[in-house]
Design a binder for this molecule. Structure first.
Ligand SMILES: NC(=O)c1ccc[n+]([C@@H]2O[C@H](COP(=O)([O-])OP(=O)(O)OC[C@H]3O[C@@H](n4cnc5c(N)ncnc54)[C@H](OP(=O)(O)O)[C@@H]3O)[C@@H](O)[C@H]2O)c1
Length: 286
């Protein structure tokens, strides 16, 4: 049996959808913090279990009887590494044989990059079989930037014009389901990245195409970005977190286009440019 965590989140929900096309629902269980929000999953015949990574014993119970687990990295604001370590320790205690983890692109510039590094280490040190899925920047995140640029007429980002091979979240989900449902992925690390790289100036071109007028990419100075965010009520620590991430995006670490999605799923990866254009247009039309 396979347990998927974070199934009430965007990625986890899509993983479950792909997984039930590949294996019988009787072989799938999910671990969620609020089972009442997973009524549709339960109605599909999938066992819904309650667990919070901050409570290790709850995760041990949620993992009971499974061979394989997908640990989806949390978006916890507090101590994410402790949450992840609890889930990894719970996998060991529950007798899991194979941990699959949705990690992030290898970089140590941002807090989140360091969280993934520590979690990967903890997983490998268990001695269990593992598969690390290093999901690159979601193209879905870039859609939000395009929408903002169309609304304001400018793409102002505190970053250099570096290239990023963003990948759609739905492709990350399809890749994770393929890894869970098929053999041959023991002790592998995959960079789950998009098929093409785009720079911020290309993102500005997409915004321009939607707006029907030129929208320029203007790198913002970090201090100007900080002042703007703080004036909107964003806490200082959150602004620092974002500045690190933007710095990491432009470092070149995310510029690793690949055919990983196609190789793992057997179907072509979504074109990042087409996805951003279509999804931003749809969102702006509402
Ligand atoms: N590659 C990227 O660009 C990118 C962008 C954003 C996020 N991420 C990472 O990818 C992950 C999945 O993405 P997503 O789009 O599915 O994010 P999401 O919709 O925010 O889902 C996050 C999931 O983490 C769960 N979670 C949070 N704290 C938890 C805890 N203490 N114990 C158990 N579960 C907990 C949430 O549970 P509830 O449903 O109960 O809240 C939710 O299911 C994120 O959590 C984040 O680590 C990557």
């Amino acid at each position: 049996m396979i347990v998927v965590t974070g199934a009430n989140g965007n990625l986890g929900r899509q993983v479950v959808n792909f997984l039930k096309d590949r294996i019988p629902v009787s072989e799938i269980a999910v671990s969620v913090r609020e089972p009442e929000k997973a009524a549709d999953i339960s109605a599909a015949g999938i066992d819904v279990r309650q667990a919070d990574f901050r409570d290790r014993a709850s995760v041990v119970r949620a993992f009971a009887g499974a061979d394989k687990v997908l640990i989806i990295s949390t978006n916890g604001a507090s101590d994410v590494v402790t949450e992840h370590r609890n889930a990894v320790d719970a996998a060991v205690e529950a007798g899991i044989k194979h941990i699959v983890y949705t990690s992030g692109t290898k970089e140590r510039i941002s807090h989140i990059g360091r969280v993934h590094e520590q979690t990967e280490k903890a997983i490998i040190e268990t001695g269990l079989n593992y598969t690390i899925l290093r999901n690159n920047l979601y193209a879905d995140v870039l859609v939000r930037e395009v929408i903002g640029a169309v609304k304001t007429g400018i793409l102002s980002i505190p970053a250099d014009d570096g290239q990023m091979a963003a990948v759609t979240r739905v492709d990350c989900a399809a890749a994770a389901a393929a890894v869970l449902a098929t053999d041959g992925h023991q002790n592998k690390i995959y960079d789950i990245t998009g098929p093409e790289s785009l720079a911020w100036s290309n993102i500005a071109e997409i915004a321009s195409e939607i707006a029907g007028k030129e929208i320029a990419f203007i790198p913002a100075l970090p201090d100007t970005f900080r002042e703007g965010m703080i004036s909107k009520g964003v806490p200082d620590f959150r602004v620092s977190f974002l500045l690190e991430i933007y710095k990491a995006y432009s470092s070149g670490a995310y510029d690793i286009p690949s055919h990983a999605v196609a190789k793992l799923t057997g179907r072509p990866a979504t074109s990042t440019r087409d996805f951003i254009l279509r999804t931003a247009r749809e969102a702006l039309a509402h």
